[in-house]
Design a protein around this ligand. Structure first.
Ligand SMILES: [Zn+2]
Length: 333
């Protein structure tokens, strides 16, 4: 089949992988539905206007891409389509056929991140939870939400399914939304990083998406260096987008929060990664690689030490704050 546009490539992959993402997530029970409506009202959010929440996210990506340089926007729009696939795995990928590309976000990626980040927040601030489908309000505690988060990770690692407790946070809690936005943007930009780095151009380092298909994806074996480079290019693109948005008076993620969200992102990947992997760089090394380049070598050394000595973050909070603020200069120029 001759692919004539990136959109056609996306549609072909979606028809093979399965599409028709459930737009209105099934409500597990009436109580959840009522809480959801209450929260929506408090946030002045009209769910019926967002019939397709996940597609909205893709629309948001295009608004973000428009923040890049004109030549970057032009080539992305010419060559790449972005869409979802109804697959319950935590994964995004760049696919190539001929001259066109598609970035595919698996549905499981959104759901896993969403659940994980809410449970992480609930672990530290159980009082911010408005509703949980498993337990009564009087049972809410950091320990129990920590257990639910552990369980989410274990089920995913064991069964490859995204299944876990449903949690709704109070509408005042905006930090989790910022974390989700940043991590999804970073994932998008990492895939764009592979595109700009030309990682799918070299046929010796790609494999077929399905057996003998013309769709090519990056061969995960021996692609460590490509992954590190895609992170660097991706992080540059993220910063460009956030700085431009900041200058336009929008402030989706202030610079001082970026480091802590990056750490959360790579911690989530670490929790899901097998102990030893020859095909993937160890997620913490990916984190340190970014920190080294954008925050400085001393910052990377400090972050590495916090993994060996978890109390260090509490003991030396001032140092972490100082490092976190180092990106501010780019936003103020
Ligand atoms: Zn990659």
């Amino acid at each position: 089949m001759n692919i004539k546009s990136p959109q056609k490539l996306l549609e072909k992959i979606q028809s093979q992988l399965g599409q028709n993402i459930p737009t209105n997530l099934p409500f597990e029970n009436e109580e959840y539905h009522l809480h959801f409506q209450k929260r929506a009202e408090e946030m002045n959010f009209k769910p019926e206007e967002y019939e397709n929440g996940i597609d909205d996210l893709i629309k948001g990506f295009w608004e973000d891409i428009d923040m890049l340089d004109d030549d970057e926007v032009k080539i992305i729009k010419e060559k790449i389509a972005i869409g979802n696939a109804k697959i319950d795995t935590f994964r995004a990928m760049l696919v190539k056929v001929g001259n066109f590309y598609s970035i595919i976000f698996n549905f499981g990626l959104y759901i896993y991140l969403n659940k994980n980040l809410k449970l992480l927040h609930a672990t530290h601030k159980p009082n911010d939870v408005m509703f949980c489908n498993r337990i009564e309000k009087k049972e809410y505690s950091g320990e129990i939400f920590h257990e639910f988060r552990d369980e989410l990770c274990k089920i995913y690692k064991g069964a490859g399914r995204v299944l876990g407790a449903i949690v709704l946070l109070n509408p005042e809690v905006t930090i989790v939304g910022k974390q989700l936005y940043f991590i999804e943007l970073f994932i998008l930009c990492h895939e764009l990083g592979h595109f700009f780095n030309g990682d799918l151009e070299d046929k010796t380092t790609t494999v077929s998406l399905y057996e003998n298909s013309e769709e090519q994806i990056l061969n995960e074996k021996n692609s460590n260096l490509k992954e590190f480079k895609a992170d660097i290019k991706g992080f540059q693109l993220v910063l460009k987008i956030l700085i431009k948005k900041h200058k336009l008076g929008k402030n989706p993620v202030p610079p001082h929060l970026i480091l802590s969200i990056l750490i959360i992102n790579f911690n989530i990947l670490t929790e899901l990664a097998p102990k030893e992997s020859k095909t993937h760089p160890y997620p913490i090394n990916r984190l340190l690689n970014i920190v080294d380049l954008f925050y400085g070598k001393d910052a990377a050394d400090f972050i590495l030490k916090t993994y060996e000595e978890p109390n260090l973050l509490i003991k030396n909070k001032a140092k972490f704050t100082e490092i976190s603020n180092r990106l501010k200069k780019y936003f103020e120029e």
